[in-house]
Unconditional design. Sequence first.
Length: 61
Amino acid sequence: MPLIALVVAALAIGFEQLIQWKYGPLGIVAFVLLTIGIKAKNVKLSGVGAGLLVLLLAQSG
């Protein structure tokens, strides 16, 4: 069980670093909003985070 938690944490940190590198501080803000919204089960907050990520993805493509 601790090994699974460690692997999941490493993947989350790696994904966060990828977002930071590719999309800058706004990407991190969007990712944090999405994460907090999901954990708090707040649809508005997770929607704002997801919307920001979509806008960043659309802008770079």
